[in-house]
Design a protein around this ligand. Structure first.
Ligand code: NAD
Ligand code: GLY
Length: 366
């Protein structure tokens, strides 16, 4: 049921590629949400084998009044399937159903489905419209917003992709009710991230409301999603293609991506790797003089309370460095990190390998 009273909207301002993020309960069933979409005969809902039985029929029913044909494609579930062969299943479905260049793709699921569907939309017939319908906390607060789309390569995370904006993001908070607790915690990592890089008042709020968030209290989740989307909208609105500022959204990701690809995709969840990566990046920031030890302890405590790991796996410092050099922020082989310059302010900068090794020695299991 649509609870319109709770409907909130955040706008991504990108000129003729602007779009709204709608946030509320029960939006999945709301035909009015689709009013702004371009007319099309066909829709393809891309989802996965876990999310489809939960939500695909409802979304399909809501779309059927608007599109002549609504097809559903279920991908296998998991970060390990964020790859070329699985991406190709989307193209197979589009071509198999005779989809034209007006066809609208709907990404129904978490960040994996969203990133892959967005990349397929960017490339099918050189670009078709797509809508993000994120159903994980992580996807609602981060991955569905801002137009980064990608698949992984065995050598590096999110290495093949495109910037391609959706036409609409629809965050139905009610879908979070079925999310496993471990996935909720993973999403909280990306919520916490916005504090140290941009908004310490939001960080204070998260500290005060973490128990409510872990208990999925609707008002707390609604605020966390809205404030996260507002911050992401402000950053992406200034720097859509990551010429500078947008890179701050990768706080914790340099270490985190190394954990993900070093252990093998799917071993740690993306949000878990980011949470632990933020602890490492905070220690690096302390060594570079941006924050003090009390700040590092405070951030670490919040990440731990959120149910996330705070000690890195024992990959070995050399392996970490090798993996971090493949990061998209690297320049001429130099690893570049998002560091906190002062609480609420982040920047991207290089750091000597020796300093990174000190942090790894301090933060990783032996
Ligand atoms: P995910 O997509 O793997 O989803 C997590 C798990 O939850 C999956 O098993 C999924 O099937 C299941 N699930 C989804 N919704 C559910 C629901 N409502 N109820 C029950 N189960 C549900 O993982 P994620 O954390 O959503 O996203 C991580 C991915 O997002 C990574 O690949 C990461 O690189 C990417 N990412 C992209 C951006 C971006 O800007 N594009 C930003 C952050 C992360
Ligand atoms: N999640 C990082 C970004 O969107 O830039």
């Amino acid at each position: 049921m649509l609870l319109t009273a709770s409907l909130q909207r955040v706008d991504i301002a990108l000129g003729d590629r602007s779009y709204p993020i709608q946030i509320g309960n029960g939006l999945l069933d709301s035909p009015e949400a689709w009013a702004a979409l371009p007319p099309a005969a066909t829709a393809l809902i891309v989802t996965n084998t876990t999310v489809a039985p939960l939500y695909a029929a409802r979304l399909r029913a809501a779309l059927q009044g608007r599109f002549r044909a609504v097809h559903v494609l279920e991908l296998p579930d998991g970060e390990v399937y964020k790859d070329w062969p699985t991406l190709n299943l989307i193209f197979d479905a589009l071509l198999g159903h005779g989809c034209d260049r007006r066809t609208v793709l709907f990404a129904l699921g978490g960040g994996v489905v969203g990133d892959m569907t967005g990349f397929a939309a960017a490339s099918y017939m050189r670009g078709v419209p797509f809508v993000q319908v994120p159903t994980t906390l992580l996807a609602q607060v981060d991955s569905s917003v801002g137009g980064k789309t990608a698949i992984n390569h065995p050598l590096g995370k999110n290495m093949i992709g495109a910037f391609y904006q959706p036409r609409l993001v629809l965050c139905d908070l009610a879908t979070l009710a079925t999310l496993p607790q471990r996935e909720l915690s993973a999403g909280l990592a990306e919520v916490i991230k916005y504090g140290p890089i941009y908004d310490m008042a939001f960080f204070d709020w998260i500290e005060a409301h973490l128990d409510a968030l872990l208990a999925r209290e609707p008002a707390a989740l609604a605020h966390a999603v809205k404030r996260s989307c507002e911050i992401k909208a402000e950053v992406v609105g200034q720097d859509e293609r990551e010429g500078g500022l947008r890179a701050i959204l990768n706080f914790g990701h340099t270490f985190g991506h190394a954990i993900e690809s070093g252990l093998g995709y799917g071993e740690w969840l993306h949000g878990e790797a980011v949470g632990c990566g933020m602890v490492m990046a905070a220690h690096l920031s302390e060594r570079l003089g941006g924050v003090d030890a009390a700040f590092v302890r405070r951030l670490t405590a919040l990440i731990e309370r959120a149910g996330l790991p705070v000690r890195g796996p024992a990959l070995g410092a050399e392996r970490y460095l090798e993996l971090m050099r493949i990061d998209k922020k690297s320049e001429a082989g130099e690893i570049r990190f998002v560091v906190i310059e002062s609480p609420g302010v982040a920047a991207v900068r290089g750091a000597p390998d020796a300093l990174a090794c000190e942090v790894l020695a301090q933060c990783c299991d032996p």
